[in-house]
Design a protein around this ligand. Structure first.
Ligand SMILES: [Zn+2]
Length: 193
């Protein structure tokens, strides 16, 4: 049974995950658009720059009742969905028995996948750079699980390398939008940018 410290750690990780998820929404929408990631978010309908209280993960979506305060345009479900999903994954990492470095690697790969999915939903194409980065990090993570560099080389783990690449990307393909009816599941709901 978890004690107070463990429960609070999970809660903090979940909240941190929602914040990261909120950032991933921005990255997925701005990737390749020429816009910097540092600019303030704005409503795509009325272009009003959003205030801080309109940008709190999950809470703003609920308190604003899914509408822009200025023009009343609906806010996409993508925002809370990505924030909740990322929060859950961050909270789950608490149970992993890996090193901090491996946990960070896993979370980084997960974040890249989320950005890929968001970008693909909106642009119907997947940026090569993101795919290569995810593959590289997945292989490195698997590599760390197998053992040290010398162990790995001495055992000539070519098959492991292949399995790492295939396994990590099979997981990605499972929830890739190519396998979904995107037009039906993701109608053109206006999104914050
Ligand atoms: Zn608006």
């Amino acid at each position: 049974m978890w004690g107070y410290t463990e429960r609070m750690t999970v809660v903090v990780l979940f909240v941190l995950g929602t914040v990261v998820g909120s950032f991933l929404n921005v990255v997925g929408l701005r990737w390749g658009s020429g816009r910097t990631l540092l600019g303030r978010s704005s409503c795509p309908s009325c272009r009003k720059v959003l205030e801080w209280y309109e940008l709190i993960p999950l809470f703003s979506f609920l308190i604003l009742r899914r509408r822009c305060l200025n023009c009343g345009e609906k806010i996409s479900w993508q925002y809370p969905a990505v924030e909740i999903l990322t929060g859950l994954v961050f909270a789950t990492i608490f149970n992993f028995q890996f090193s901090i470095f491996q946990n960070l690697l896993f979370l980084t790969v997960f974040c890249i996948y989320i950005v890929i999915v968001i970008y693909d939903i909106h642009h119907k194409i997947i940026p090569d750079k993101l795919v290569y980065a995810a593959i590289l990090l997945s292989v490195v993570n698997r590599w760390l699980l197998v053992g040290s560099t010398l162990d790995w080389l001495s055992r000539c783990q070519a098959r492991t390398l292949c399995r790492s690449s295939l396994g990590s990307n099979a997981g990605f393909l499972c929830y890739h939008p190519c396998f979904l009816d995107r037009r039906r599941r993701f109608p053109g709901v206006p999104l914050l940018e």
